[in-house]
Design a protein around this ligand. Structure first.
Ligand SMILES: CC(C)(COP(=O)(O)OP(=O)(O)OC[C@H]1O[C@@H](n2cnc3c(N)ncnc32)[C@H](O)[C@@H]1OP(=O)(O)O)[C@@H](O)C(=O)NCCC(=O)NCCS
Length: 318
């Protein structure tokens, strides 16, 4: 029997009217069914993507099950086509969901399987844009970081930010040294949106300067039609209240000082700092670690009745 968005939703235990599954159904399958890599190819790829051994083994186990499961094949084929349709488009993250874990390993790792199977198309897109292959791999290697964070946070493997990885697969985010730059638009103009991966050590001024210096020439060479002159950043790292707790010469405060903040951003975003400092899963403040000055600041401010923000800022690209 032919699968539909509704029957897939029922089999997975999702809402029958799920908007993402409806979008996949509207998109339809790719011209050629998606090829999942075999065990040898997957081993080489996962190694290159900096995926830890524990995650690698579970992903191997998920591959044959997913390949044989019509429901997951239905999803993987169509999600792949969504990514191909959006290749190079500066349209932000696609809203891809976490699938119900009860459906098994294939559902838990569907985004990783999609990553492995879509990567060749993204690499072709990068190559057509003249991007050196080592630069592509530097960007794609964030998969290992994402899996590590999930295991650290929830105590088991998986991907909690599937939408984030759609940027990598659509070829619109590029890691240039310590920082990542995403082709984006902000308030109607082309910009590079700056992101800070957790892996890569401190965000010292020199490392950040070197990333910023690489950004404009990189995008002018490979995406000349974009023409961004500004970088923007939306992050807990830009909350000026941090300067009341951390020294002026700390990396966090020096990073914050790079940005002009947009006015009128009073929205409370405690969840953001709690995520990036503690990978918080709802435990009470008194149970959070207090080893670093930032951990102590994050908790002290909340206990004093304050709130954290995640402001947006801009700076001119050098
Ligand atoms: C961004 C990041 C690399 C900054 O780290 P850094 O360069 O070491 O920052 P600083 O040197 O200014 O650190 C000042 C203090 O805060 C601590 N600190 C910094 N980031 C921390 C974090 N994520 N968790 C706990 N403590 C942290 C440092 O250990 C230092 O503590 P100390 O004074 O007790 O020695 C780090 O916070 C990180 O990896 N964050 C996760 C990724 C992220 O937040 N991205 C942005 C998403 S919007």
């Amino acid at each position: 029997m032919e699968l539909t968005a509704q029957s897939v939703a029922e089999r997975l235990g999702m809402d029958r009217d799920d908007a993402w599954l409806r979008r996949l159904a509207e998109t339809g399958p790719p011209a050629r069914p998606l090829e999942l890599p075999g065990p040898e190819a997957a081993r080489v790829l996962l190694d290159r993507l900096r995926v830890a051994a524990e995650d690698r083994e579970e992903i191997f186990a998920a591959l044959p099950a997913a390949a044989a499961d019509p429901v997951l094949r239905w999803i993987l084929d169509r999600a792949h086509q969504v990514l191909l349709d959006g290749m190079g488009q500066p349209s932000g993250q696609d809203i891809f969901p976490v699938l119900p874990a009860e459906y098994g390993e294939g559902a838990r790792y569907y985004l990783v399987l999609l990553y492995l199977a879509t990567l060749p198309a993204t690499l072709r897109f990068h190559a057509a844009r003249g991007i050196p292959e080592e630069s592509s791999w530097e960007t794609f290697g964030q998969l290992g970081e994402v899996l590590d964070i999930h295991r650290h946070k929830y105590g088991r493997g998986g991907v909690h930010v599937p939408g984030w990885l759609t940027l990598h697969l659509r070829g619109v985010i590029h890691r240039l040294g310590r920082l990542q730059f995403e082709l984006s638009r902000w308030e109607g103009r082309p910009v590079l949106s700056v992101h800070i991966p957790a892996v890569g050590g401190p965000i010292g001024a020199e490392a950040c300067d070197s990333s910023f210096a690489r950004a404009r020439p990189f995008f002018a060479a490979h995406f000349p039609e974009h023409g961004a002159e500004l970088a923007v950043c939306h992050s807990w790292l830009l909350d000026p209240q941090l300067a009341a707790y951390l020294p002026e010469e700390s990396n966090v405060v020096r990073f914050m000082r790079r940005w002009e903040l947009y006015a009128g951003q009073e929205e409370e975003r405690d969840g953001s700092i709690l995520e990036f400092v503690f990978r918080h899963t709802g435990q009470p403040l008194e149970q959070l670690p207090q080893r670093t000055s930032l951990e102590r600041a994050a908790v002290a401010h909340l206990r004093a009745g304050g709130h954290w923000r995640a402001p947006s800022g801009w700076t001119r690209l050098p």
